[in-house]
Design a protein around this ligand. Sequence first.
Ligand code: NAD
Ligand code: ZN
Length: 244
Amino acid sequence: MREKIEKVIKELKKAKKVTVLTGAGISKESGVPTFRGKEGLWQNYKPEELATPYAFSRDPKKVWEWYDWRRQMLYDKLPNKAHIALVKIEKFVPNFTLITQNVDGLHHKAGSKNVLELHGCIWRMKCWNQCGVPPWEDRTVPLPELPPKCPSCGGIARPDTVWFGEQIPEDVLEASLNALNCDFMFVIGTSGVVQPAASFAYHAKTRGAFLVEVNVEPTPLTSMMDVSLMGKATEIMESIVSGL
Ligand code: NAD
Ligand code: ZN
């Protein structure tokens, strides 16, 4: 393990353009459950049955109850050592982009600057009727009224997150694809099964990037990696930044 970490540090010190892709696993040690974990009250529901435009159009109150519960669960969660390590790496390298599939806002809370939220943010809402009002931030927990209302047209508001069957916003996707033209890429705490994020590592690899995976278990992406570091994101990322 030590040798692998030394190799990663050496490559990172050489790198001019670093891109990071994170998934639910990086927030696990902040106490945020991944979708694969048990979700208490909601464990009998699959996210695929709640996080869809169809589910929302049928029963917006139920979908909002799930989001309200997740927002309450996330409210006091703090960034962990892996989130903080990425802030240090951003300061260390000339060109840095952090692409996250997480909606929890913990990278921003940690202080990361150049963050692309592929799947949106649970602390933002937008108008379900698309009346034209831009998405707005709302951190109230619990929400006083479900579903919450659009402040502009008075219609129903929805979470500003990307649901199953929806497209990633074009500007975010384009910026992410540009960032894959890099010379070093970290893939941290993602199962590598949700597209298009799962193909990002492949794109970076074809452009010559050095690929490093950090995960507690092997994933479908592991065989593509230059270095695969198996273990908790906090411990591994901390030992990497302590060598910079
Ligand atoms: P996932 O749940 O599919 O996979 C999580 C991955 O993290 C797994 O490969 C697991 O082995 C790994 N992991 C678990 N604990 C770890 C640790 N301590 N250190 C390193 N790795 C660890 O998550 P995904 O790939 O992000 O895809 C699921 C989708 O669910 C995403 O689209 C995301 O938006 C959404 N989601 C987000 C959050 C959040 O915002 N925190 C939480 C749950 C789900
Ligand atoms: Zn509206």
